[in-house]
Design a protein around this ligand. Sequence first.
Ligand code: ZN
Length: 185
Amino acid sequence: MSSLSSIRRGAALAVGAILAVLLATTVAAGPISPRHAHGSFVDASGATIGSIRLTEDGHGVVHLKVKVEGLAPGLHGIHIHAVGSCSPTFAAAGGHYNPFGHEHGLDNPNGPHAGDLPNLVVNVRGHGRLHATTDRVSLTAGPATLFDADGSAVIIHANPDDQVTNVGNGGSGARIACAVILPGR
Ligand code: ZN
């Protein structure tokens, strides 16, 4: 091997290494695009009362699983809210996530908000479960991603959601639990 080709090879390796570093930096700095997300529900006293897990499948459908304890039996409104914050009060989560400017309620002909969900069912022992799917939001990048600039949260309300009344968000009332949605399992 001549010294000239050795120098060229060394230069090529160095350029390749620099490109690899640039590529890695670009990927790391890109938007968060997870396939899984999760959160922990806290009540107004700050106690953890349950969890939510979200998975986006290959068809862009998001599967939600909510599991909570210690709530009043019956139906409770539950929604994805626009801001990923639960403090200093649950008001920090903002309104229902609504990137397309629709009205509230799964049964509203002018709705729903992207963040609207079926009611959470809490049994006589205070255990709440909701398994739901939605294609109105995404975990991966897109116009209704939950990982937009200010993130997203999920709020459980004191009362049932009638799924149709726009003003007052279906009558679901006070915010009794909140979970910030975080990327990953
Ligand atoms: Zn709504």
